[in-house]
Design a protein around this ligand. Sequence first.
Ligand SMILES: NC(=O)c1ccc[n+]([C@@H]2O[C@H](COP(=O)([O-])OP(=O)(O)OC[C@H]3O[C@@H](n4cnc5c(N)ncnc54)[C@H](OP(=O)(O)O)[C@@H]3O)[C@@H](O)[C@H]2O)c1
Length: 239
Amino acid sequence: MDNRTAGRNTQPEQTEGTTMKIGIIGAGNIGGNLTRRLTALGHDVSVANSRGPETLTALAQETGATAVTAAEAARGAEIVVVTVPLKNVPDLPDGLLDGAAEGFTVIDTGNYYPRERDGRIDAIEDDGLTESRWTERRIGHPVIKAFNGTYAQDILDRPRPAGDPERLALPVAGDDAAAKEKVRLLIDELGFDTVDAGGIDDSWRQQPDTPVYGLREGVDAVTKALSEASPERPEGFRG
Ligand SMILES: NC(=O)c1ccc[n+]([C@@H]2O[C@H](COP(=O)([O-])OP(=O)(O)OC[C@H]3O[C@@H](n4cnc5c(N)ncnc54)[C@H](OP(=O)(O)O)[C@@H]3O)[C@@H](O)[C@H]2O)c1
């Protein structure tokens, strides 16, 4: 799912929703493209990587986002997106979410790739934690799992207006109904339908190698794919 993208139209689009302050931690394939789209929609985006804001000047210039340190990214944010490789979640600074807006929501886009990238995480494999439950324990705040099975390039290339027969649907899991609704509205604004995939303990249904992972279909097919998932961790995703 690696599709880093070159520049694109950065003129603001018509925004129907309210402008929000959004912090994005991770500026790679997913974080970069969410920065591009969310700024284009008029949101006030701060974006961070591990190497520091001076390495993000090109993305900041392209999009109008503010490049910041990871420790600063959540400040004042109503939505914080954590989009770093799972192996790097423990490296995130203490106090990562300090100073976020009251009632803020965290989106987790992460996936566990033990063999290719992340190494073995015992709490996921031995204790049976879902990947997002593990992440929320590390960062100390509930998360909403979204975008984890979405090709990064699709965030730029496949938005469609509501009602378009080609509109893709993304599964969204989370325990807090209000936070999940906020994320579903944001994804709608980004040009995608959503399907409620249950709570974080159910989010194995959308982890790597499940039927819905990488599925480019609408609401009905995504709903069906979620129902066909197996809770057993696939062999290729064991460390
Ligand atoms: N690629 C896809 O299409 C895709 C799709 C869905 C979900 N995902 C999942 O989303 C997550 C991110 O994927 P990606 O492909 O966007 O990753 P990526 O392209 O490798 O980018 C990772 C980003 O995280 C940053 N980072 C790493 N450690 C950090 C730290 N301690 N503090 C702040 N930033 C840190 C990196 O900064 P530096 O470059 O400065 O180190 C980089 O900007 C992964 O869990 C992945 O499995 C990916």
